[in-house]
Design a protein around this ligand. Structure first.
Ligand code: ADP
Ligand code: ASP
Ligand code: MG
Length: 439
């Protein structure tokens, strides 16, 4: 029995009044659904613009000393339409005026970005007849911008304990000085997880526009299978590697408390979706591969030096050069006399000259080879460890599709096999792997 459910609705589930009414129907259909976390209005159609993107655009325009009034008017219009269609009484003009004043005063981008969820939640709270609780009063970051778990869990738990129901905006919280700080994009998923943990919920429902976590990106593979059950570890791996349905950090708060997550479809509320928990139910069919995910936009820096193997600390010194330049590494396959570091291309391009100069002067390598435009793909599954020949099947699928593998990495937990390929072949590779490993 789920006595207490925390639920979160994403941007497409709240993009206009008709979507909001669907969400309200879902919220009210089960009295256990007591605390709801909301995103800003997302896209209504494929080339629509999310309210969050419009807010960032306003900030950019203000920053460049330009006129942001047209962009702000678009935001105001979107909310006005929602307010009118829902039939609620809400003073959107005053809210927009406050944003305008703050933008003119040169506020940081996090503040305007957060107003998308703030205003949407206030409107929908009125529509539901539920109290609104500002995330800035219950979600706290420390001076380094990291979530202050102790303070947050206790403040949110205390505040919400006193309420029967509440609507809470996703995506942001407050710094120690009270300034607004957002999570990274898609962060309302993280807010939902934090609130579920704070109130010790029995279940965290994450409502979106697909019927759960799919075994491959639906924009690339036609009708990929829904993953009915998945472990926290597999989900974290798939979302980190690029399966964007749930924010990669949303697993942590609930995992510690063993609260399951259920990904559901607002447009198909009768579908069961995906259930995410610490382990799979005993009676489900064993599977080797759970899903495939990937991302484009990587660069590999290969550093070669004869007798590297006897030079103590070579790898550590190399990785330190990247880390002190603010570039985290994604993969680091090593040979005897060569080591490659795979990193995000955008971050590398910003520091390219410095990083290469430092590698040359501090490590004195024989060669440095840079390979750009790489994509990395992960084949993920907790069952892979017990099945022979999984790597061979991955390589065979790619070879048959005539795709050259540029990098191979297997996670030390044997939960995944990761390959690096040319970005141009990304979609073809995902389809080839899906057909061979999952379909
Ligand atoms: P929300 O606005 O509800 O938070 P998102 O856009 O963040 O929704 O995430 C849902 C989208 O994630 C889907 O519409 C789908 O296009 C995309 N997606 C990418 N990979 C996957 C996957 N493996 N399974 C499901 N959805 C995926
Ligand atoms: N609105 C924010 C974004 O677009 C957060 C979210 O939707 O989760 O990234
Ligand atoms: Mg999302």
């Amino acid at each position: 029995m789920n006595n207490l459910v925390v639920l979160k609705f994403g941007g497409t589930s709240l993009a206009d009044a008709s979507q909001i009414k669907k969400a309200a129907g879902i919220i009210k259909a089960n009295p256990a659904r007591k605390f709801v976390i909301l995103s800003a209005p997302g896209k209504r159609f494929s080339d629509d613009i999310k309210v969050t993107d419009l807010l960032y655009k306003c900030h950019q325009e203000a920053q460049n000393g330009g006129d942001f009034s047209q962009t702000l008017a678009k935001i105001s219009d979107r909310y006005s339409e929602i307010i009118k269609d829902l039939g609620v009484d809400f003073d959107i003009k005053s809210e927009i005026e406050i944003i305008k004043k703050n933008l003119e005063a040169g506020i940081t981008p996090d503040y305007p970005a957060s107003r998308g969820e703030y205003i949407n939640s206030k409107i929908i709270a009125k529509f539901l007849g539920w109290p609104f609780v500002d995330a800035a009063e219950i979600i706290f970051f420390n001076e380094n911008g990291i979530l202050d778990e102790e303070k947050t869990f206790s403040a949110a738990g205390e505040k919400l304990k006193s309420l029967e129901n509440a609507v809470i905006p996703g995506f942001y919280g407050a710094m120690p000085d009270g300034k607004i700080k957002t999570f990274s994009r898609g962060g309302s998923d993280v807010t939902g997880s934090i609130i579920a943990r704070s109130v010790s919920a029995d279940l965290y429902e994450n409502w979106t526009d697909v019927s759960g976590m799919l075994s491959a990106d639906p924009r690339i593979v036609k009708n990929p299978k829904v993953i009915e059950y998945i472990t926290y570890t597999e989900l974290r791996e798939l979302s980190y590697m690029g399966a964007s349905v749930l924010h990669e950090d949303a697993v942590f708060p609930v995992r510690k408390a063993g609260i399951p997550i259920n990904i559901r479809n607002t447009n198909k509320p009768d579908d069961n979706g995906t259930l995410i928990a610490a382990s799979l139910p005993k009676n489900i069919e064993k599977r080797a591969v759970t899903g495939i995910a990937g991302r484009k936009g990587f660069t590999s820096i290969r550093v070669e030096k004869s007798m590297m193997n006897v030079e103590t600390g070579f790898g550590a010194k190399l990785l330190y050069i990247f880390s002190r330049n603010g570039i985290p590494f994604e993969h680091c396959p090593t040979g005897i006399d060569a080591i490659s570091v795979v990193i995000n291309s955008e971050l590398f391009d910003q520091k390219r000259e410095t990083v290469l100069r430092e590698i040359k002067s501090e490590l004195n390598p024989d060669f440095i080879t840079i390979e750009k435009n790489l994509a990395s793909i992960a084949v993920v599954g907790e069952g892979m460890i017990s099945v022979k020949g999984m790597a061979a099947r991955v390589f065979d699928a790619l070879a048959k599709a005539d795709i050259n593998i540029r990098m191979i990495d297997q996670g030390s937990d044997e939960l995944n096999i990761i390959v690096g390929i040319d970005e141009a072949e990304y979609e073809k590779a995902i389809n080839a792997l899906y057909s061979k490993m999952i379909a």
